[in-house]
Design a protein around this ligand. Structure first.
Ligand code: 5AD
Ligand code: SF4
Length: 463
């Protein structure tokens, strides 16, 4: 073969590679959304274009969640469907690789290969930067499991593509912290995501500046335990999340900051000060309590009482009176009696959450809760969940309705369902529908709220 034909063949191969497509399906929390974006970027550098149509995909990647049993089972049933798709494509002479990433990958590892013979790659949340190498092996016919905790930092190795250049990215996630050392007795996170680690201040500031340069106006800092973030400032001082927020607020172009998810034990004075003094820090806080009975909180190893949590909220509201609270709840933790459950309802009545997420307790293998003998019957859990959700939904609606007549700034994010409508976000994370032009996406506009439902608001423009 002449040198020239080799070159031609190579460029033909590159062109074919460039047409490879990846379909990424994301389950679970916002941290997975963030990780899926980063994996998409790593794969783009490797020649994969994203597709929303799974039937077009040469690579199907599931970024999975293991937090509750249902979440994990969803992954296995999706894998069953993709196995059939892979077989159908193979019959047409097209190769399809299937990868499982995320927390199910971390928790189940080899077991996934056993249960799902169509899977080629299993890769844990700490090793995404090794995905391209795993795919090379998979293409050569090897089935790969890579769930070792990497000594190197995945974020240092992922390509730094321009993020947020398109108007859809007015708002972006930025992971600052991963893992958890709290060991709540119901939770798999300390096992699937490992010990608490913080990204360095420099890495975070570099990424935030890049986002701002690309038109991002709102950043949500992410972490399983985001307010446990700690780092070192340029002059060697020990910094916490409050200090980080003050620093981020000084970045030009960034108009709004949020963070999630927090633990009540890590709400320190500096963070309170950030809520008090930083106009850019939005008046919305997701602060899970899980339950209202001290006995259950203790069994859950939450390390605080209901009264301590309520006193904390009082302090937060004193610092930022218009703050809206959001929470997570678990009903039917082992040993939970009707009286314990009533304590949860009483706590909810006192806090009046603007938004909440509630779940039936789901025993997770390997966690202390799963070993407890006094599990609550399924129908009892279902009944309690229904009663709790009725109350939470009522409060959510009341909060939304309390916005009617209010004037506020909303950040326009994307087109609405109807022509001439755009959707923006209120400071309290609500979707607001307003008449606007697509060219205004990314701008802050002044509106007056006219209508409210539990999940969205309607508004007219003012000013
Ligand atoms: N069962 C039910 N809900 C759970 N959560 C975490 N683990 C479990 C479990 N085993 C809920 C908690 C947590 C949220 C992310 O998911 O409320 O805050
Ligand atoms: Fe899980 Fe508790 Fe850690 Fe939250 S604080 S991730 S619920 S162990």
């Amino acid at each position: 073969m002449t040198e020239q034909t080799t070159l031609i063949r190579q460029s033909a191969a590159t062109a074919a590679d460039n047409q490879r497509k990846v379909f990424i399906k994301t389950y679970g929390c916002q941290m997975n959304v963030y990780d899926s974006e980063r994996m998409g970027e790593a794969l783009a550098a490797d020649g994969y274009q994203p597709t929303d149509n799974v039937e077009d995909a040469d690579l199907i990647l599931l970024n999975t969640c293991h937090i509750r049993e249902k979440a994990a089972e969803k992954v296995y049933s999706a894998l069953g469907r993709y196995r059939d798709l892979k077989a159908a494509r193979a019959a047409e002479g097209r190769e399809t690789l299937i990868g499982v990433a995320g927390c199910v990958a971390q928790a189940e590892g080899e077991e996934i290969l056993r249960r799902s013979p169509a899977v080629d790659v299993v890769i844990g949340p700490q090793t995404y930067h090794r995905l391209p190498q795993a795919l090379v092996k998979a293409k050569a016919g090897e089935r790969v499991v890579d769930t070792e905790y990497a000594v190197e930092d995945k974020f240092d190795y992922l390509p730094k593509k321009e993020r947020g250049a398109r108007p859809k990215n007015v708002s972006a996630f930025l992971t600052v912290q991963e893992g958890c050392d709290k060991f709540c007795t119901f939770c798999v996170v300390p096992y699937t995501r490992g010990a608490e680690i913080s990204r360095s201040l420099k890495q975070i500031l570099d990424e935030a500046r890049r986002l701002a340069e690309n038109g991002v106006r709102e950043i949500t800092l992410l972490g399983q335990n985001v307010n446990a973030w700690h780092g070192e400032s340029e002059d060697g001082a020990e910094w916490g999340l409050g200090d980080l927020l003050f620093e981020l607020a000084s970045i030009e172009g960034i108009a709004r900051l949020r963070y999630t998810t927090s633990h009540p034990r890590d709400m320190d004075d500096r963070l309170m000060q950030a809520h008090r003094e930083l106009g850019k820090l939005m008046p919305y806080l997701h602060l899970p309590v899980q339950a209202g009975s001290d006995r259950i909180l203790k069994a859950m190893n939450r390390k605080h009482t209901a009264e301590e949590y309520l006193a904390l909220i009082e302090r937060i509201r004193e610092a930022r009176p218009d703050i809206a609270m959001s929470g997570d709840f678990i009903v039917g933790f082992p040993g939970e009696t009707e009286e314990d459950f009533q304590a949860t309802l009483a706590l909810v009545e006192r806090v009046r959450y603007a938004q909440a997420f509630s779940f039936k307790y789901s025993p997770r293998p390997g966690t202390p809760g799963a070993e407890l003998t006094d599990q609550v019957p399924e129908d009892e859990k279902a009944g309690r969940l229904q009663r709790l959700q009725a109350l939470l939904t009522r409060h959510q609606l009341e909060f939304a309705q309390s916005r009617i007549g209010m004037e506020m700034d909303i950040l326009l994010e994307k087109p609405g369902r109807n022509e001439g409508q755009m959707i923006g976000r209120s400071p309290w994370l609500q979707s607001v529908v307003v008449a606007a032009d697509e060219s205004e996406i990314g701008q802050m506009v002044r509106v007056k709220i006219t209508e409210a439902s539990a999940n969205s608001l309607a508004a007219t423009r003012i000013g």
